[in-house]
Design a protein around this ligand. Structure first.
Ligand SMILES: *[C@@H]1O[C@H](CO)[C@@H](O)[C@H](O)[C@H]1NC(C)=O
Ligand SMILES: *[C@@H]1O[C@H](CO)[C@@H](O)[C@H](O)[C@H]1NC(C)=O
Ligand SMILES: *[C@@H]1O[C@H](CO)[C@@H](O)[C@H](O)[C@H]1NC(C)=O
Ligand SMILES: *[C@@H]1O[C@H](CO)[C@@H](O)[C@H](O)[C@H]1NC(C)=O
Ligand SMILES: *[C@@H]1O[C@H](CO)[C@@H](O)[C@H](O)[C@H]1NC(C)=O
Ligand SMILES: *[C@@H]1O[C@H](CO)[C@@H](O)[C@H](O)[C@H]1NC(C)=O
Ligand SMILES: *[C@@H]1O[C@H](CO)[C@@H](O)[C@H](O)[C@H]1NC(C)=O
Ligand SMILES: *[C@@H]1O[C@H](CO)[C@@H](O)[C@H](O)[C@H]1NC(C)=O
Length: 562
């Protein structure tokens, strides 16, 4: 072995060394086995004696690794350092270095010694490692408008070469501008492994435009072996309230008795949790709510209302509230009892905050506003007064009762169909309902009472000439009227009945017709006498007058017989 080396050294000192121009390069993955080819994997010369692998130390000196004789299958490891256990050679004379680390980034040289020649092929080894992780630390939950906030720190750990980190907002690359965007990069080299850890901190001050778009940020780690994009967000953006808005949560128009809720809306995010409400000169603090309710509002509550931010009273808003109202008061209510003929005036008191309509009804029918200078029975009824305005309605009413002592308006008689009876009809007005009393016994009584008018009918069979009285009475007084009724039997025989006793209509007609015929005959007779007398030149006035008078009387009697 030593002799071989000595021989080799002789070669070297003899200057037969031929170094291949240019250095080869291999890249290996960290932790794996590095395969360093000799002479780019070209087959060795026919007269090969041995191949030796060596490396260049940091100080420039050469370090032996192993030697493989052409004649011998087994290689001889010459290294005495860390490489002693890690190096080997395969049948193509590739140098194999297990468990690659960054310390293996050196130049390894393959020395090919043949009988005639000595060649050296140096190869530089580069060891790559992708970041073991890309993480985001110190992540924020929320951004603030115009206030730089650390969005997060992105860390790409243990890589070779170092990963580079960039930031994007919704896909657009962010560049430090020193104001709204500040990106602070940093790098750490692990002295033991030589691996680099890259980190980058993004500070961002949200703009007005960001409020609408809820930006998504991403940390982009770029490395020759692996790229990784890690997203953050979308973030809510917080900003202070610049103005408030006072809302009146109520049906419109507001009317007395409503529950009116005042709601103070601020434009900030998050919305403030407490407000001041200025209610009729009083300042109320409302916490954990944005509203204040005025229950059962009254007309006195009409006025100006304000709200402001609890932490900045300069930011305020105001609204005026108008409470509408409507009241109706009639001077009459319930049951009103008046006497017929009296005057009655009704006072209507109304108070309303605006235009309103008024409507009167009597028994459900629309009437004008009632005023009575002289009450009649027909004025009685249920009166309702209705006043209305948007969302408001008031109704009041009274029942008018018109009372009066009964008064008989007519008392009549007529023969019933069978001529054996007479029907007497007594009509009276009066309230309350009058009671009827007759001076005769009757067989068939009928009565009606409508709107203060009472009609009472009785059927009698007078055997004699009678004077019948109809008496009406109620608690207020009475009235009585009499009528002469002739005996029904008498009338059978005598056509003429006195005192306006009622007769059949047919008899009246017959009487009138007979009367007219007789009168016509008389006129004819008179005319004849007149002509005769004129011819004779004499005229007897008395005769003619008597005749006329008698006939008139007869006519009258016939008429009275009705
Ligand atoms: C930004 O990204 C978020 C989430 O993907 C999306 O909701 C938003 O509309 C995007 N904004 C713009 C301006 O693209
Ligand atoms: C990483 O991204 C860069 C640039 O975008 C690209 O050149 C490279 O090929 C990517 N690498 C991998 C492993 O995807
Ligand atoms: C007003 O609020 C009270 C409780 O505060 C409730 O009893 C009443 O029914 C409400 N009135 C109206 C008109 O909503
Ligand atoms: C008033 O605020 C309370 C508490 O926040 C809430 O529960 C309620 O819904 C609000 N009322 C209205 C009308 O907004
Ligand atoms: C109605 O008017 C009467 C007399 O003026 C008064 O006593 C009463 O209180 C009024 N009622 C209402 C509801 O205003
Ligand atoms: C009415 O009849 C009764 C008996 O039925 C009798 O006592 C009375 O005298 C009669 N009255 C008249 C007015 O005829
Ligand atoms: C009824 O007859 C009597 C005499 O019989 C007479 O005095 C009286 O005036 C008559 N009454 C009426 C209302 O006609
Ligand atoms: C009834 O009256 C009529 C006419 O007044 C008279 O002629 C007649 O005699 C009277 N009858 C009796 C029974 O009194």
């Amino acid at each position: 072995m030593d002799s071989t080396l000595s021989l080799f050294l002789v070669f070297v000192s003899a200057g037969i060394l031929h170094q291949v121009r240019g250095t080869g390069k291999v890249t290996a993955l960290y932790g794996e086995t590095i395969v360093v080819p000799c002479n780019r994997g070209a087959p060795p010369p026919q007269d090969l004696m041995f191949i030796k692998w060596k490396y260049e130390r940091d100080d420039g000196s050469a370090g032996d690794l192993l030697v493989k004789q052409a004649s011998n299958d087994k290689a001889t490891v010459q290294a005495t350092d860390d490489y002693a256990t890690r190096v080997s050679i395969d049948d193509k004379f590739n140098l194999l270095i297990s468990k690659a680390s960054l310390l293996d980034q050196k130049t390894f040289t393959c020395m090919v010694v043949s009988v005639t020649n000595l060649m050296e092929y140096p190869v530089t080894v580069v060891v790559l490692k992708k970041p073991s992780s890309v993480d985001i630390m110190d992540k924020t939950d929320v951004l603030h408008k115009d206030k730089p906030t650390t969005v997060g720190t992105c860390v790409a750990a243990d890589a070779n070469p170092a990963a580079t980190i960039t930031w994007t907002k919704n896909g657009t690359l962010l560049v430090t501008d020193g104001k709204a965007i500040v990106i602070t990069p940093s790098m750490k080299l692990d002295p033991a492994t030589g691996l680099s850890t890259t980190s980058s901190t993004l500070q961002y001050a949200a703009t007005k435009e960001d409020i609408g778009i809820r930006p998504v940020f991403a940390c982009v780690s770029t490395h020759v072996l692996a790229n990784k994009t890690t997203e953050l967000g979308p973030f809510p953006i917080h900003y202070p309230s610049e103005q408030v808005n006072l809302q009146i949560m109520s049906k419109s128009p507001i009317v007395e008795g409503d529950n009116v809720t005042l709601k103070c809306k601020a434009d900030g995010n998050p919305p403030p949790s407490s407000f001041f409400f200025h209610i009729k000169g009083q300042k109320m603090l409302v916490e954990n709510s944005d509203n204040f309710t005025l229950s059962g509002i009254s007309r006195e509550a009409t006025g100006e209302y304000k709200c402001s931010l609890a932490d900045n009273e300069k930011v305020e808003a105001s609204q005026s509230i108008v409470v509408n109202y409507l009241n109706l008061n009639l001077s009459l209510t319930g049951r009103v009892v008046k006497t017929v003929g009296d005057a009655l005036s009704i006072k209507v008191e109304k108070s309303a905050s605006g235009d309103h309509k008024i409507k009167w009804t009597k028994n459900g029918n629309i009437v004008n506003e009632p005023q009575f200078s002289k009450l009649t029975y027909s004025d009685a009824g249920v009166y309702l007064c209705e006043v209305s305005m948007t969302r408001l309605m008031q109704r009041q009413g009274f029942e008018l009762v018109v009372e009066g002592k009964p008064v008989i308006t007519s008392l009549t008689k007529h023969r019933a169909g069978d001529a054996q009876h007479k029907v007497l009809t007594c009509e009276a007005e009066g309230v309350p309902e009058p009671e009827f009393q007759w001076s005769v016994n009757s067989t068939d009584e009928q009565s009606t009472y409508i709107n203060g008018k009472a009609i009472h009918k009785i059927t009698v069979t007078p055997m004699l000439n009678l004077t019948v009285s109809c008496r009406v009475s109620n608690k207020l007084g009475e009235d009585v009227i009499s009528i002469n009724v002739s005996s029904v039997f008498k009338e059978e025989n005598e056509k003429k009945d006195s005192q306006g006793d009622s007769e059949d209509q047919s008899k009246l007609i017959v009487g009138v017709v007979v009367g007219l015929i007789v009168a016509a005959a008389i006129v004819g007779l008179i005319y004849w006498l007149y002509m005769k007398n004129t011819r004779q030149g004499s005229w007897k006035t008395g005769e003619k007058e008597t005749g006329t008078s008698e006939e008139s009387k007869k006519l009258e009697e016939n008429n009275h017989a009705v």
